[in-house]
Every structure is written in C-alpha cells, then in structure tokens.
Design a protein. Structure first.
Lengths: 194, 151
C-alpha cells in the first residue's frame, strides 16, 4: 500500500500559521506591529508628604491620574498616622492626669475619619467630659467642629461664609454619625474638610 | 480703690483667659472654643482683668501669674479678649448678651488676694450646642495669645 494513503497525524493539525508563536514566524516580538508606548511619569511619595515628590519620564492623562491617586493615598495615610499620634498623646495625657477619656467618642471619631479623604489632619482636642472634638477651621474663620458624643451622635458647630448678601452662616446642633456628612455638605462646608 | 465686686469691667479694658493644655493642639498651634466655657467647678468662665495691673503687658501678665489660683500647665495658653469687642461681636451674632464682671476673691491661707479675678456671665451651659457655639465665637475675638510660662 502506498505510504501516502495512510492518515498522517499532521493532517489533523491546524495550519501552522494559526498557532505558531510569533517569534518563530520571523517577528522579533509580539508587539512589533503595535505603536511604541509613550514613557510614563509617576510621582513617588516621600516620607515628608505629598508635596515632596519625584517625577520620572514624560506624562499623559492616565499617568497624571495615577499620580494624583498615589499622592491622595499617601496623604490619607499620613493624616491617619498623624491623627493616631495625636489621639495617643491625648490618651496618655488623660491617663496620666486621671482625667476621663471616652472610648465611645474615640470609636466615632475614627469611624468618621475613615470615611473622609483628608489631606490635612484636623485639630483634635479632649474635652473635660472625656469626649473628643475635631475642628477644621480656616483663616476666614469658617469652621466645622465636631464633638463625638459616643453612641453615633455628633454635636456640631459650623461657620461658613455666604455671598449676596455677605454674611457668616452659623449652625449648631446634634445629628447622627451617619448623617453628619450630609449636614456638612448641606451647610456648604465640604471645602473645609480638605 | 478697687472696683466693687459685681461691677462691670470697662468696655475698653481687656481680660485674659487661661486655656488648659487639653484644649490646645500643639502641632497645629490652635486651641478650641471649648476652652472658653466654664470648667468643672466654675459657675461662669473665669478670666483675669488685665488693666488691674500697670502696663506694659509683661508686667500685667506677671501680676496675673503671681495671684492665680489655677495651676498653669506647660502647654496651656493665655488668650486676651477686649471687653467691648467681644460683647458686641457675640450680640451681633444674635447669640447671647455677655457681661464681664469683677469678682475679686479674698486671700486664703493658701492663696493671696485675687484682685484681677472676673467672670463672664451669659455663656450657655457647657456641653450644649449653644455653649460650644459661644465658645467658638469667643475664639474669633481673641486678640493675642501668650505662653503660660514667660519666654
């Protein structure tokens, strides 16, 4: 029987062009036909903060977005560290002086801080009743001041400048931890929580 | 002759409020308006009448420090307020009417006479939203701050 009448396994294989690795088809790399990638620029956060950064390469919108995200994350991390440092200082002071320090207030402050993306930590104070008060205040004397009463209740004092007619809006009261962000936004004070 | 107890501090005069260390954030060099509210055991917030002592301010501060009855903590602050400016600012905000009144304390075995002692009447109760609002308004009125320990 002629040999060419036998079925060969090669007859059932797909044509080489469909599965051969590109390099074996004479191409230097699978990306040879693609346009050259542009250099990317990244900011590398340094110990000192988001402002002290190093730029590598050129830039494009995606890289700039990535940079901003990296800087934002670094700033949040720094704020969290600074906040914990301040809280530890207040806690040690309170224990040393046998003064009250509310764990419930501390929990609520931490819960609030974890929900807001801050680049600067607020001023934090320990009140005589053992509650913590966080204050964001600017040079124009606008402010958001939150005393964490515990049990997810917040006592607030907010000042915000208004135009037409120019005046200072002042609002004080209590609200739940879950709604305090809405209250800050409704009073036009979001810009203070930078 | 010293002013009568309960009489008003003249409008053009100034008072000094001691802000305890808890109400001072040293990293930010800021303090909170809660520091102006009555402390535990105080009926009304206590202040010292600066003009009780002859200028300059260093001498006035020294006089107040010499007769104080509170223990000044190292990281505390002293805040200076003008009587008229503060009263009018708080009234203009529709918050409340404050009165700065002389409240001299007699000498005791432990302390000398406290001639510069005054109180601020009309500050709402501590730990209420209204009280904190007034405290933060008083913070707006601070003219100057001083270290508790002379530099």
């Amino acid at each position: 029987m002629p040999l060419h009448l036998y079925n060969s396994t090669a007859a059932f294989s797909p044509p080489p062009v469909l599965y051969e690795p590109a390099a074996r088809l004479g191409r230097g790399s699978p990306t040879d036909d693609l346009p050259a990638l542009r250099p990317r620029r990244f900011r590398i956060p340094r110990e000192g903060g988001a402002d002290e950064t190093e730029t590598i390469g050129g830039g494009d919108p995606i890289a700039e977005y990535a940079e901003k995200q990296i800087a934002r994350v670094a700033a949040r991390k720094r704020v969290a560290i600074e906040t914990e440092r301040r809280l530890r200082e207040l806690l040690i002071d309170a224990f040393g002086a046998c003064e009250p320090f509310s764990e419930a207030s501390l929990d609520d402050l931490r819960a609030f801080m974890s929900e807001v993306a801050l680049s600067i930590r607020p001023s934090i104070f320990l009140l005589d009743n053992g509650n913590l008060r966080a204050v964001w205040r600017n040079a124009a004397k606008e402010q958001v001041a939150l005393q964490f009463l515990g049990d997810k209740v917040v006592q607030y004092v907010m000042f915000a400048r208004r135009e037409n007619p120019p005046m200072m809006m002042r609002d004080a009261g209590q609200d739940t931890l879950a709604h305090i962000r809405d209250k800050i936004a409704a009073n036009g004070c979001n810009h203070l929580l930078v | 002759m010293p002013p009568a107890k309960g009489s008003a501090v003249p409008d053009s005069h100034h008072v000094l409020r001691y802000i305890s260390r808890k109400h001072v954030d040293p990293d930010k060099n800021e303090f909170t308006g809660s520091g102006f509210l009555a402390r535990l055991g105080e009926g009304c917030p206590s202040v010292n009448w600066i003009e009780c002592f002859a200028p300059p301010i260093e001498n006035q501060l020294a006089g107040i420090r010499a007769e104080k009855r509170l223990k000044y903590e190292k990281r505390g602050k002293l805040a200076r307020l003008n009587v008229r400016g503060t009263r009018e600012y708080v009234v203009a905000e529709g918050a409340t009417i404050l009165a700065f009144l002389h409240d001299q304390e007699d000498a005791t075995e432990k302390y000398p006479e406290h001639t510069s002692h005054c109180v601020i009447q009309g500050v709402p109760e501590l730990n209420t939203p209204e009280g904190e609002l007034i405290g933060d308004l008083l913070l707006d009125c601070v003219l100057e701050t001083y270290e508790v320990v002379p530099g």
